[in-house]
Design a protein around this ligand. Structure first.
Ligand SMILES: NC(=O)CC[C@H](N)C(=O)O
Length: 408
């Protein structure tokens, strides 16, 4: 095995003195070379194993409050562009706190690239730390769990290490943390399919057949695209919306989005709304944080995971069909399957650790998944879930008016 420190030196990345640090709450200090924005930020460190899609990952609002260490080496190789941004409004509402790399940013070599990753990170205020033995850091997270830490970057290499450590230790951590206000839309808007241009040929229905209200806990752009592709006109509403205000929009379906932080904390205001939506029998679909909060609304419990699931190649089994899907994952909390009530079926499980990855109600049209069927990045094996949601709306429309040919 090559010597990691020697590799770093060979790549000309390590700087002396260090211009960036990662100070873990346990007192461990990792030194390296700063890139991206300068400054400091506290967060939880997690590793992501995806081999593509760093821009989508860096703009996924669910990463608010987290610092990502990538296990894949060629970060930067396709540069950055506007199409791959996952925040809905293109602004830096994503909330990721920092990024850690082993090798220097790879120069962009892709026709879609507009901006070098380093300049893009600077513009978005995301701090970078390079030259780190990310293999060792990943193994440490796997063994000890996701640590709280502070990432700091100063070009002159002057750090008050004691003060940084104190700040990392003072950060309360993810449990009990509601980061949704940082990333949810402040006001309602209609998702406009014409505001994006995607070059990889997703099919789109000519006219939307159903109206879906998407509750935004930090929704990813590709979820809205795929809802639209499946035939839905989508209205995005703030996370604190009440069931009354949502039902006043006369939705055919309600979507509960992904998002950052602890589902228990967000659930304080989301759970009563979700319970009323379920009681109204409007078809409901949740992804990731939306899945966790649907579970909470049904009386189940969520728990913090040890290292979490962050990658684009996780095997998940559909318990109904026995089929295995390779999926995109990004979560640090999980639903406790033992806590699911009698009217809820577990529909999907992770083949990595057996953790819960999906549920469906037996007495209401509602289901949800822990993984990310919208991928971005990742495989498209689970795209069928968007069609399943539309199928649910078809069934409800037929049962209320069999002759109805709905058009929004
Ligand atoms: N992608 C998500 O929605 C993440 C959900 C939640 N914040 C978790 O970490 O588990």
């Amino acid at each position: 095995m090559p010597d990691v420190q020697a590799d770093v030196a060979h790549e000309g990345w390590a700087e002396s003195p260090a211009t960036a640090l990662l100070v873990l709450a346990d007192g461990t200090i990792l030194e390296g070379t700063g890139f991206g924005a300068t400054g400091r930020a506290v967060g939880e460190v997690c590793f992501n194993t995806a081999m593509t899609g760093y821009e989508e990952i860096l703009t996924d609002p669910s990463y608010a409050g987290q610092i990502i260490t990538f296990t894949f080496p060629h970060i930067g190789n396709v540069g950055t562009n506007d199409d791959d941004v996952e925040t809905v409004d293109m602004a830096s509402r994503a909330g990721i706190r920092g990024v850690i790399l082993h090798a220097p940013i790879t120069a962009p070599a892709n026709y879609r690239s507009k901006t070098h990753l380093d300049a893009w990170l600077k513009a978005r205020g995301i701090i970078g730390l390079g030259g780190i033995d990310t293999r060792a850091l990943t193994a440490m997270i796997r063994d000890k769990g996701m640590p709280n830490a502070i990432i700091a970057h100063t070009p002159d290499g002057q750090f008050d290490r004691e003060a940084l450590l104190a700040e990392a230790r003072a950060w309360p951590g993810m449990v009990g943390m509601d980061l949704v206000p940082d990333v949810s839309t402040p006001q309602r808007f209609d998702w406009d399919e014409t505001t994006w241009s995607l070059t990889d040929g997703y099919g789109r229905q000519a006219a939307p057949r159903y109206h879906v209200v998407a509750v935004d806990y930090g929704v990813k752009r590709n979820i809205l695209r795929l809802l639209a592709d499946a035939g839905c006109a989508v209205t995005v509403v703030p996370a604190t919306s009440t069931a009354k205000s949502i039902l006043a929009l006369k939705p055919d379906g309600v979507f509960l989005s992904n998002g950052p932080g602890d589902p228990d904390a967000v659930g304080r205001y989301a759970v009563p709304m979700i319970q009323d939506i379920i009681a109204s029998k409007v078809p409901t679909f949740g992804i990731c944080l939306g899945h966790q909060m649907l579970a909470l609304a049904l009386g189940a419990k969520t728990m913090k995971m040890h290292q979490g699931h962050h990658g684009a190649n996780h095997p998940v089994k559909d318990k109904d069909t026995g089929k295995v899907e390779i999926v995109s994952m990004n979560h640090g909390f999980a639903v406790d399957p033992a806590s699911l009530p009698a009217n809820v079926r577990e529909t999907h499980v992770s083949l990595f650790d057996g953790s819960n990855c999906g549920l469906a109600l037996t007495d209401a049209p509602a289901f949800s998944v822990q993984h990310h069927p919208e991928a971005s990045p990742g495989p498209r094996d689970s795209h069928y879930l968007f069609r399943q949601f539309v199928g649910m709306m078809d069934s409800v429309a037929k049962s209320t008016d069999p002759s109805a040919q709905k058009q929004v």
